[in-house]
Design a protein around this ligand. Structure first.
Ligand code: ZN
Length: 436
């Protein structure tokens, strides 16, 4: 039995899927206007590990895991204007980088990765429904969600009204009926990305994106909704209000699972504080993707994780020891103790300590792979270079070179990889590689 901490209940609960044939999980994905930092990688790795555990427990094809891509946003519009390009140039570049960086950390692509710009119709439908039911109103080309129309608003974050208004840092706008009301749709000026709607040409707010995509791809009520702690308020609170009000009170998710932050010294790692380090930089420094993954899993996902050079070095040493212990064994049976540790609210520190105590190579390798570790052979791990994390990092470097029209560098990286027996193939979904 898997037990998960549910933010809504404020406690651990037994995970019983609504439909064990089709378990649904949604995690709020990246807004693609810049390179992801290692703190952004934590939810990707945590929910990838949870997905592996659910597939192990219920069957590989029983989970539908969706992670969206926010590809329309004011920060994207600003980045596109700064470079003098269309927003799609920015979003395609950074979505590709995101997938490369997460791939290097052993994060499998989700089953569904809906892009906001492809899902405008379900958003408009949901907004229209909220207007019709009296939960939203139109004002000066905007559509706003009416917070006072929802008596249950605040159920997840349990904030009082003053805290909510302060925490949401909402714009005070004359067209708002209530300061807590939030935007579902906003007008787009000429020359700014937008779509026609019953309220004029405009674009969606961020919160409605997730509610509408969950409804379109997974259903009214899903099993697990995940994301970072910082999303509890206002983002997830707003998702809940929109979805519940549009769906006759059906809850949006059965479990709310939130991961803690990475700390840099005494501060949270964040773009606005300027103290970020990216997986791409760490990989370019020669760290392997699995080392970074193990470092991210070394603390319990709900706890803060202090990110230091010492942690990376220690994670590398742990992996060296595990690779030596596993030797050239193929994966065998998965250790029950490791599954039990993960099943207790994804207790990865306990699972890692149990891994270290396994002496049978085949059991060790299979159990480590449940956490996305020991994916290489012992030989390739110790040979250095040529492992998948390193290859992904060099592919990312080549993609960046191509994007900035530095074809000499792009060709040099291709030739270097070829010399090591790694063949690249460029396709519409990005660059893939194989050993030739
Ligand atoms: Zn979301």
């Amino acid at each position: 039995m898997i037990r998960l901490h549910d933010t809504m209940a404020r406690k651990k609960r037994d995970f019983v899927p609504l439909n064990p044939e089709r378990i649904t999980m949604y995690v709020c994905g990246p807004t693609v206007y810049g390179r992801a930092h290692i703190g952004n990688a934590r939810p990707a790795v945590v929910f990838d590990t949870l997905a592996r555990l659910i597939r192990h427990e219920f069957g590989a094809d029983r989970l539908v895991y969706a992670r969206n891509v926010t590809d329309v946003d004011d920060k994207i519009i600003a980045a596109a204007e700064a470079e003098g390009v269309e927003p799609a140039v920015i979003t395609e570049r950074y979505e590709r980088f995101y997938l490369e960086d997460m791939g290097a950390l052993g994060v499998a692509a989700p089953d569904i990765a809906p892009r906001a710009t492809h899902e405008i119709a379900p958003m408009v439908t949901m907004i229209a429904r909220l207007v019709e039911l009296g939960h939203a109103y139109e004002a000066e080309g905007h559509v706003l969600f009416s917070v006072p129309s929802d008596p249950d608003y605040g159920v997840l974050s349990r904030r009082d009204r003053e805290q909510m208004i302060a925490g949401a840092r909402v714009e005070v706008a004359p067209y708002k009926r209530d300061p807590a009301d939030f935007v579902l749709w906003k007008p787009s000026a000429d020359g700014v990305i937008g779509w026609d709607s019953p309220w004029g040409r405009g674009r969606p707010g961020w919160h409605i994106e997730c509610s509408a995509m969950i409804r379109a791809h997974l259903g009214e009520t899903i099993d697990i909704h995940g994301g970072g702690l910082d999303l509890i308020f206002p983002h997830h609170e707003n998702e809940i209000a929109q979805s519940r009000c549009a769906h006759q009170g059906a809850p949006l998710a059965n479990f709310w699972v939130h991961n803690g932050f990475l700390d840099m010294g005494a501060e949270k790692m964040s773009k606005s504080l300027g103290n970020v380090v990216t997986p791409n930089e760490l990989l370019a420094q020669g760290h392997k993707g699995e080392t970074l993954r193990l470092a991210l899993l070394s603390a319990h996902y709900r706890q803060p994780l202090p990110w230091t050079d010492g942690l990376i070095a220690q994670s590398k040493a742990t992996l060296d020891r595990l690779y030596r212990a596993a030797g050239d064994a193929d994966p065998g049976e998965i250790d029950v103790g490791v599954v039990e540790a993960l099943s207790d609210d994804l207790n990865t520190p306990l699972a890692l300590s149990r891994l270290s105590a396994i002496d049978d190579g085949a059991t060790l390798r299979a159990s480590a792979q449940l956490l996305g570790l020991l994916g290489e052979s012992e030989e390739s791990w110790f040979k250095g270079g040529g492992d998948s994390g390193d290859i992904e990092a060099r592919i990312a470097e080549r993609t960046a070179a191509k994007a900035s029209r530095d074809f000499a560098t792009a060709d040099r990286i291709r030739e270097e990889l070829k010399a090591e027996g790694i063949l690249l193939e460029d396709g519409p979904g990005g660059t893939t590689w194989r050993r030739g």
